[in-house]
Design a protein around this ligand. Structure first.
Ligand SMILES: O=C(O)C(=O)C[C@]1(C(=O)O)C=C[C@@H](O)C=C1
Length: 365
């Protein structure tokens, strides 16, 4: 045996022993989670038990990232623990997660990034269908897109909160890479049509104008649908992400064609319960103000005075009347925090209506 073979043999023995220990430790952790489920059920007999605890998961993942000794990166280590916790939660209760489908969309990728792969993910055809599925209790949680760094807010999601009783329980950000995809089945046939979702066309507009000028662009309901069509119709291509490419066996003609390298979409997790503070949280509200001079100043001034950081403010027309507006506001802090309580009490005094959409951990992954 060569020196290399001897050394490799030793290292692989060491890896086998470590794997054995890791397996025993993961099993002990899973048994602990089962016990947690038992405690939760006996403490709340006959009631809705919330097995999924977003604030606890955020704390665990943050601690892992902070204390990770390397050589793996903090992100990579947190991703591994994300999957371990996902499997532990599935032992307690398999979670049904509704998302804006079909399968292969970026929203599904976001759902799996947030909850891990041990959930049952349920594709639905529209954002309001995701809300309804969670409201009815058919799904435990839902995942919907809310804003894109290139294209701005997804107004349909914001507007749903005006009438829905659901709470925001979390957020997840996903880097969005779009590719120009073709089916290897169709050989070198000239591309005369490109399918994609309207948001994806918008995010790749400059690239398309430079590299595929004049080719017909056909808008479809999702990137996954675009990929499905490109897989079936010769002479067509799709703009979609990795999940859709894999699902429909497409090849990349051009990689990462989004105009902005930091193209990111933020998704919200919607559920039926309020989330306790995790120590690093964000809150969202909807406020409708009287139509008078200085209304916006009056609304924002208490946030400034109490030192609360606004992360997003968006205006939407009110469904109740012409020229009345509703403000959608995200800010740092939890509604249980003293400062936040004070600010919201002041806002409530001036507002026609204040709706608390929820406090939730700032995305960790
Ligand atoms: O701490 C809990 O409440 C648990 O149920 C355990 C656990 C975990 O595996 O760490 C699992 C699921 C929850 O979402 C949070 C954490």
């Amino acid at each position: 045996m060569s020196d290399e073979q001897v050394r490799l043999g030793e290292l692989r023995d060491e890896i086998d022993q470590l794997d054995q220990k890791i397996m025993e430790l993961i099993s002990a952790r899973a048994a602990c989670a089962q016990e947690v489920a038992h405690v939760k059920m006996t403490a709340n007999p006959g009631q809705d038990v919330f097995f999924y605890r977003p604030e606890r998961e955020a704390q665990v993942l943050r601690r892992i990232k902070e204390q990770n000794p390397g050589p793996l990166s903090g992100e990579e280590m947190a991703r591994l623990f994300r999957e371990i916790m996902s499997a532990c939660l599935a032992l307690e209760k398999p979670m049904h997660i509704a998302f804006l489908g079909p399968i292969g969309t970026f929203t599904q990728a976001a759902a799996l990034k947030h909850f891990g792969h041990s959930v049952v993910s349920v594709p639905l055809p529209a954002i309001d269908a995701v809300f309804r599925e969670v409201e009815s209790g058919a799904a435990h949680y839902g995942v919907v897109p809310v804003e894109n760094s290139t294209e701005g807010m997804i107004n349909h999601t914001l507007d749903m909160f005006m009438s829905s009783p659901l709470k925001i329980c979390g957020e997840v950000q996903l880097r969005i890479h779009h590719h120009l995809l073709v089916s290897p089945k169709h050989g070198d046939q000239e591309i005369t049509r490109i399918y994609s979702h309207q948001q994806s066309f918008a995010q790749c507009r400059q690239w398309l104008d430079t590299h595929r000028y004049g080719i017909e662009r056909v808008t479809v309901s999702s990137n996954a649908e675009a990929a499905r069509r490109a897989a079936e119709e010769p002479g067509t291509a799709a703009i979609a992400g990795d999940m859709a490419a894999e699902l429909y066996g497409l090849q990349k003609l051009a990689n990462s064609i989004e105009d902005r390298p930091d193209n990111t979409t933020r998704f919200l997790i919607i559920g039926r319960e309020e989330v306790p503070a995790s120590g690093h949280d964000k809150s969202s509200i909807l406020v409708s103000m009287r139509n008078k001079p200085g209304a916006l100043y009056q609304l924002l001034e208490p946030f400034h005075r109490h030192g609360l950081s606004l992360t997003r403010i968006e205006t939407r027309p009110s469904p109740s009347g012409t020229w009345a507006y509703v403000f959608y506001i995200d800010f740092e802090g939890h509604m249980e925090d003293e400062q936040v309580r004070k600010v919201l009490a002041e806002v409530d005094e001036e507002a026609v209506e204040l709706k608390r959409l929820g406090s939730y951990p700032i995305g960790v992954l």
